[in-house]
Design a protein around this ligand. Structure first.
Ligand code: SAM
Length: 236
């Protein structure tokens, strides 16, 4: 996916970005009414837009699907895309069967559902063969989980991808995402929308989107080699 197309398309989705209370075009009130979840309609529209921008052979991968609110919103109207949901269903009242029946209620084909601890299943190859064009992390939000949740997806990302993080108003999420950006030159902040405690009541607890570009921050091969030679004090 071309992450540079995402921000202008997101702006175009709202009369007045980011203060509009709801998106233009496709609405997600039915999703919120029938599958109560931890999101506002605007957050759902953002995910749906991201999924609509996947390129062929790319996947949308979501860690933390719970009852399916965000996943269903991402899937609606994006019938040709490949979707993967990862959840250990550790949250109260969550279950795989409930997630499946909620998805089917919207007439959607079941995506790949990986049941397990994301920090185990992703590094051990649950996404083998996938090229992740959009990654949405909405599971544990402790600092380490948040940071590792971004780091662990890197081997599976497409050359250009979009990383989306929920609940960025929370101090530990903000810090972890800030540190991640500082340490990972291939990731770049595209969108940062505060949430309800910071003046934007229609964006839940805030959201950030990063562009991932696998060739960013990497010196071209000959220059890198020359720099290394100079550093070592070797005559060329
Ligand atoms: C905030 S909820 C997700 C909300 C959902 N995105 C929505 O739209 O309503 C977090 C989810 O992450 C799951 N979860 C927490 N830790 C996890 C882990 N280590 N691996 C996989 N799933 C996890 C929980 O079971 C829960 O369903």
């Amino acid at each position: 996916m071309n992450p540079d197309r995402f921000e202008p398309a997101l702006h175009a989705l709202f009369d007045e970005f980011p203060v509009s209370p709801n998106p233009n075009g496709r609405r997600f009130t039915r999703v919120l009414d029938e599958v109560p979840g931890l999101a506002c309609e605007n957050n759902l529209a953002l995910l749906n837009l991201a999924a609509s921008m996947l390129e062929p052979e790319e996947s949308y991968v979501e860690v933390g699907s719970l009852r399916g609110t965000s996943l269903i919103a991402a899937m609606v109207g994006n019938d040709d895309a490949d979707f993967v949901a990862i959840d250990d269903f550790s949250m109260k009242d969550a279950s795989r069967s409930q997630l499946e029946s909620n998805i089917e209620q919207f007439g959607l084909n079941l995506p790949t559902i990986v049941e397990g601890d994301a920090f185990q299943v992703i590094p051990s190859g649950a996404l083998a063969g996938k090229r992740v064009g959009v990654y949405y992390y909405d599971a544990g939000h402790a600092y380490e989980q948040q940071f590792d949740g971004l780091r662990m997806i890197e081997p599976w990302l497409a050359d250009r991808a979009l990383l989306i993080v929920d609940d960025t108003d929370w101090e530990q999420v903000e810090q972890a995402t800030r540190d991640y950006l500082e340490q990972q030159p291939k990731a770049r902040l595209l969108v940062w929308i505060p949430g309800k405690d910071n003046g934007y009541p229609h964006w839940w607890e805030g959201v950030k989107a990063f562009a991932w570009e696998s060739d960013a921050g990497v010196l071209p091969e000959p220059t890198a080699r020359a720099a290394a030679v100079v550093e070592l004090g070797v005559e060329r």
